[in-house]
Design a protein around this ligand. Structure first.
Ligand code: SF4
Length: 253
């Protein structure tokens, strides 16, 4: 089967544990205001590649990827779920660790769709789930999408206890970098035992020139980038929410 691929990074250090071979697929139903890859939004912008071609290329780097593995990111990989399932199925036969980097957008409980998700998760070791905003309104404003898809996907992962989950969250001034939102996020995810890690990522505006080249107006014009220091503060607030949830305390918000 062929997939549509935006690019491949052979020594990724931020998309899962260890050094990773990262495949960025094209196609995404969201339009996050902070997206730094608007050129991945349309499936047709990708280059056609087969799962075998990708895995053959992976073999060249295998010695360096011993403690890592294969990550599929995007765009959103779930747009090409059949292709990613096939790629991961073949990867697992070669004993490669597989990681899916997604927002969970497109998840729904339609029986046919569920079957596809089950097939994919059977061959997925780790899901990096990007929760872009913890409030439905804020999520809609920031991404154009529906928070319920992300949270239902998290429930689905928890019910199956099939793979580990890392939560990723980007902090943006005026959108997600707010004490109540960060605490609420922590309080929400504190109830999930399958979550093993949390990445808090500072927003950056390095994609501004990409937008200019593509002739798209940059949606976060004037919003300042965030620093590691901000991320540290945000993380502490999220962890406070998680702690309260775990201890059975009432939510502060
Ligand atoms: S989910 Fe990722 S690729 Fe899609 S719009 Fe958001 S940041 Fe961009």
């Amino acid at each position: 089967m062929y997939g549509y691929i935006h690019s491949i990074e052979t020594m990724g250090t931020v998309d899962g544990p260890g050094l990773r071979y990262v495949v960025f697929t094209t196609g995404c139903p969201l339009r996050c205001k902070f997206c730094h890859n608007p050129d991945t939004w349309l499936v047709k912008n990708g280059k056609k590649m087969s799962s075998d071609e990708i895995l053959e290329d992976y073999e060249k780097y295998r010695p360096y990827l011993r403690n890592g593995g294969l990550t599929v990111s995007g765009g959103d990989p779930l747009v090409q779920i059949d292709f990613v399932s096939e790629l991961f199925e073949k990867a697992k036969k070669k004993e490669i660790h597989t990681c899916l980097d997604t927002s969970g957008a497109t998840f729904n409980t339609n029986p046919d769709r569920i079957k596809k998700f089950e097939k994919l998760l059977n061959v997925t070791d780790l899901v990096m789930l990007d929760i872009k905003h913890i409030e439905p309104e804020g999520y809609k404003t920031l991404t154009g999408g529906n928070l319920n898809e992300t949270l239902s996907f998290l429930d689905f992962l928890a019910e199956r206890t099939c793979c580990e989950v890392w939560i990723r969250h980007v902090i943006i001034k005026g959108y997600t970098y707010k004490t109540d939102c960060l605490y609420k996020l922590g309080y929400y995810i504190g109830g999930y035992k399958n979550i093993v890690a949390l990445d808090v990522l500072p927003y950056h505006d390095m994609a501004v020139h990409k937008y200019e080249r593509l002739g798209i107006e940059y949606p976060l014009k004037g919003v300042p980038p965030m620093t590691e220091e901000h991320a540290k503060k945000a993380r502490a607030i999220i962890e406070a929410g998680m702690r309260d949830k775990l201890l059975g305390n009432e939510s502060k918000y």
